[in-house]
Write a protein that binds this ligand. Structure first.
Ligand SMILES: *[C@@H]1O[C@H](CO)[C@@H](O)[C@H](O)[C@H]1NC(C)=O
Ligand SMILES: *[C@@H]1O[C@H](CO)[C@@H](O)[C@H](O)[C@H]1NC(C)=O
Length: 428
């Protein structure tokens, strides 16, 4: 009894919507045919655009989008006064009406979120149609990496009819500029969406000799550089700074200098690894990006520092084994030695001469012990000369030590300044 009444109700009382649809589709309607020979204008409204991924090596962007399409179907309409249906819009399955073949013409991959028979079209009583096809798309986006990691990319997404030429279907955008908005127009964690701009970009088919209507949305994305600054730029700076500090710490013995050169080679390997990291992220373009140039510049700084340190090491070895007196100009240049110190040395040598005269005078009074005196004198002169020579050697070595230390300090400052200048140049 209960089932019977439901059945009877269902049969007797169809919904207003279905009554309306029956009435609308009472006309002869072929879903495969464009309903009018006249121009159909399709208005495109971006409703969502969320960047999912940017594949930098393949130079593609993947995004989730929903673009609303609006057009006019002259065959489908109703008079609100005549029917028992109070709304202006009615939902119609997309399979039951003709849909313009508007697609993303430059997409290389697309996965629709709704299957074909789940899609609906809104139909207004005057024949206006409205639908959207939410999908995840992939489009090519050639990258301009010269400024990496401070780069801004412009990716073109084109949309238009595939089969119909400009006389049959035209697309137009309802908006010229779309600004970022939370959950609707967004970048991802690495890329910030700056804006989306619309351009008309009708293209001419040379083979069919017809124009196709098309619009281009240029999506401007700005990279958030923090990751690259923290993971690549800062460590490179620190590595270079440490290498320079390590190479030119003052008060080094000869062995220490050799160890330092070896250490700098290890640092070198670490910095080259940074370059590898950068090149792995980038498309294999003919130009290095900004960050790559920075690392190459740092490699040059570290190389120059290593060469300077090897030179200092060589000088160190040379002067220590031969105990050469440091040239005066070098002392003046590096130790900023003035005349005062030299005067003292002249005075010292005068004193030495005086002392040797004393020895001669005293020996004159001991004429009796002539042979002994002669031998003693010889020994005394020899001892004196040896001591003088040794002290001269020691003094020379001491002065060299001071010169090399001062060199280390000057080079340390010079290369550290070079490191900072290079970093400042490449830091935007
Ligand atoms: C095409 O447009 C013309 C003028 O704009 C109009 O008179 C005609 O009825 C239209 N044809 C159709 C099939 O809509
Ligand atoms: C993107 O489209 C705009 C407008 O049509 C054009 O000026 C620009 O060159 C295009 N960019 C690329 C990378 O194709």
């Amino acid at each position: 009894m209960f089932f019977c009444s439901i059945l009877v109700l269902a049969v007797v009382e169809p919904s207003n919507t279905s009554k309306l649809l029956d009435q609308i589709f009472n006309v002869h309607y072929d879903v495969t045919m464009k309903p009018t020979d006249n121009l159909t204008v399709v208005t495109v409204t971006p409703n969502t655009f969320i960047l999912l991924a940017m594949d930098q090596q393949a130079e593609t962007i993947q995004f989730s989008q929903e673009f609303l399409l609006k057009w006019f179907d002259p065959l489908l309409h109703w008079n609100p006064q005549d029917v028992d249906y109070e709304r202006d819009w009615v939902k119609v399955p997309a399979t039951k009406v003709w849909l313009p073949d508007i697609i993303f013409t430059n997409a290389i991959e697309m996965s629709e979120l709704l299957s074909e028979d789940q899609q609906m079209v809104d139909l207004h009583y005057d024949g206006q149609m409205r639908t959207s096809r939410p999908a995840v798309n992939k489009s090519p986006c050639p990258l301009q990496i010269a400024d990496f990691p401070y780069d801004v990319q412009h990716c073109n997404v084109t949309i238009g009819p595939w089969n119909f030429d400009r006389d049959a279907i035209q697309v137009q955008s309802s908006t010229l500029l779309v600004l970022p908005e939370k959950n609707r127009f967004e970048g991802n964690s690495e890329w910030e969406l700056i804006d989306i701009r619309e351009f008309r970009s009708d293209n001419y088919d040379v083979i069919m000799k017809v124009w196709f209507s098309e619009i281009t949305y240029t999506v401007t994305l700005k990279r958030k550089p923090v990751y690259y600054v923290l993971v690549i730029q800062a460590p490179t700076f620190i590595l270079s700074a440490l290498t320079v500090f390590g190479l030119f710490t003052p008060n080094s013995s000869e062995d220490e200098r050799r160890t330092k050169v070896e250490m700098s080679l290890n640092m070198f390997a670490a910095i080259s690894m940074m370059l590898q990291l950068v090149s792995d992220m980038m498309p294999k373009a003919s130009r290095l990006p900004l960050l790559g140039n920075y690392i190459v510049a740092q490699v040059f700084v570290v190389t120059a520092a290593t060469i300077a340190s090897i030179l200092v090491h060589t000088i160190h070895h040379h002067v220590y084994t031969r105990a050469i007196a440091p040239p005066k100009w070098l002392r003046n240049l590096i130790l900023f030695e003035c005349c005062g110190k030299n005067k003292r040395r002249v005075a010292e040598s005068r004193a030495e001469t005086a002392r040797s005269q004393d020895i001669t005078q005293i020996s004159a009074e001991l004429r009796v012990f002539e042979p002994v005196r002669e031998a003693l004198l010889q020994t005394a002169i020899f001892v004196r000369d040896t001591i003088a020579k040794m002290s001269r050697i020691q003094e020379n070595q001491h002065i060299w030590m001071r010169i090399l230390d001062r060199c280390d300090l000057l080079l340390l400052v010079a290369f550290q300044v070079a490191n900072i200048i290079v970093t400042a140049i490449y830091w935007k």
